[in-house]
Design a protein around this ligand. Structure first.
Ligand code: ADP
Length: 262
């Protein structure tokens, strides 16, 4: 009887060991797959601007332009594409630093309403000639949260900039309020919205709903991935709701600072 029991236990252990090994192998496979996908995305993102730069510089070197005006246009494209590559490098290195264990944050007591308004002010002055109206609803006496004010502003700048980019004419709403020990922020637009089946992926690196259109705005496809990382690093969460043709709403939620916290 004793023997039987031992052998059962052993068989169980072997079974569970095999199971864990299997899981590990699966995970490794997924990890390798996502790594491969990531590198292929990165190469693609760099190849596109590079091919513009090569094409247009080649045209200039061979005097393919028709007049001075066109020459200026070609130079402009080269300049813009080089800028895009710069933004890509900046965003990628920032993202990879964020994914490391110890990303430096200067945590202090901050007022979310103050930061969000500051970001909105900057974006509002930079909407070019778009017909966009801004609505701001900020509750009075918002409790402080523990966060890095520069990084918090970056989150709002990103969300508001996207709202401006993707909204042709319409309105953008910024709302800040406190609820159940949390401080919440909402950035909402009346832009094109996102299909429900695309929604789960928009925080992924390089995910774009409309590939060419998003590219025209000069985005790197990394903005929302950075926003999500930054939010989570500051103990917050971010949610998105959207209706195709109606608009998109991002909601941030941060725990209120506790008494004596700094
Ligand atoms: P990008 O640099 O392309 O804007 P993001 O990571 O900021 O990259 O956003 C990912 C994708 O999510 C965008 O390409 C766009 O398709 C979609 N998106 C983001 N914000 C909005 C918005 N406010 N309205 C509609 N679509 C949006």
């Amino acid at each position: 009887d004793l023997d039987a029991e031992v052998s059962v236990t052993t068989r169980d252990e072997v079974g569970s060991l095999a199971h864990s090994m299997n899981e590990l192998a699966q995970e490794l496979k997924r990890y390798r797959g996502s790594r491969r996908e990531f590198f292929s995305n990165v190469s693609h993102e760099f190849r596109t601007p590079l091919s513009y730069i090569q094409g247009y510089s080649h045209a200039l070197m061979n005097n393919f332009h028709q007049d001075e005006n066109q020459r200026q246009q070609f130079i402009h494209v080269i300049h813009e594409e080089a800028n895009r590559m710069n933004r890509l490098i900046d965003d990628l290195s920032e993202l990879s630093r964020m994914e490391e264990e110890r990303f430096p944050l200067e945590l202090e007591l901050v007022n979310l309403a103050y930061i969000a308004e500051k970001a909105e002010e900057k974006i509002r002055h930079n909407i070019e000639d778009k017909a966009i109206t801004f609505h701001t609803e900020i509750e009075e006496e918002i409790p402080d949260i523990v966060a890095d004010s520069f990084r918090l502003e970056q989150i709002f700048m990103n969300l508001l900039q996207n709202a401006v980019w993707y909204t042709e004419n319409g309105s953008i709403r910024l709302k800040i309020w406190a609820e159940d020990g949390k401080v919440k922020g909402m950035v909402s637009d009346t832009g094109p919205g996102i299909e429900p089946e695309e929604l789960p992926y928009i925080f992924e690196r390089f995910y774009r709903v409309e590939k060419s259109r998003a590219r025209d705005f000069g985005g790197t496809g990394l903005g929302l991935a950075i926003v999500k990382q930054l939010t989570e690093l500051q103990y917050g969460t971010i949610d998105v709701e959207s209706r195709k043709g109606r608009g998109t709403t991002f909601t941030l939620c941060f725990p209120e600072a506790r008494e004596g916290e700094e």
